[in-house]
Design a protein around this ligand. Structure first.
Ligand SMILES: [Zn+2]
Length: 185
């Protein structure tokens, strides 16, 4: 005997219809009669209807606070405002930079400033060249001012050496004596 899934009480289709309350009056009576004499169906039906009842009486999902939507909208608006502000600032800076550079090309002073900036950027080469120039200049200067440098060095040595105080005192005494002698003469 072939079993029709719709009318077969052990089919999934029947159970679905029974759980959804779609059985006709005659079908419902036949179903109750079947449950009364079929232990396995009775137990499974009891478990399923119990679970259905549990699901139906389960607490609803938490209700969102009343001002949730308003707050969300405010937050999004603020974010958008911040973004537009940032966009404005970036645009302003770009514009200022463009104007500054344009002025720099027109204005000599600003042009020189830009040149200086460029020199600072390549300061390594500049520094090296300056160092070389200084060294060459120093070599030439040392030749010319060698006696002066030696004299200053000697004076510094006399003044800063450990017994420089004595030397200074002696020099001062000598000078005073000479002054006194020239005064009496
Ligand atoms: Zn059964």
């Amino acid at each position: 005997m072939l079993r029709d899934p719709i009318s077969d009480m052990h089919s999934e289709a029947w159970w679905m219809r029974a759980l959804d309350g779609e059985l006709s009056g005659a079908e419902e009576r036949a179903w109750q009669a079947h449950l009364a004499q079929c232990l396995s169906c009775r137990q499974e039906w009891a478990a399923l209807t119990h679970m259905e009842a549990l699901l139906r009486t389960a607490p609803p999902p938490p209700v969102l606070p009343a001002d949730f939507t308003a707050r969300t909208v405010t937050a999004i608006t603020q974010k958008q405002r911040l973004r537009s502000l940032l966009r404005f600032l970036v645009g302003f800076m770009l514009l200022a930079l463009t104007i500054w550079m344009g002025l720099g090309y027109c204005n000599i002073a600003l042009g020189e400033l830009i040149q200086t900036v460029g020199m600072v950027v390549s300061s390594r080469q500049i520094l090296f060249a300056a160092l070389m120039r200084t060294l060459v200049g120093l070599a030439l200067t040392v030749k010319t001012f060698l006696p002066l440098i030696v004299g200053i060095a000697a004076a510094l040595f006399l003044l800063l050496a450990p017994n420089s105080v004595l030397a200074t005192v002696a020099m001062v005494r000598f000078a005073q004596k000479r002054q006194a002698r020239s005064a009496t003469a």
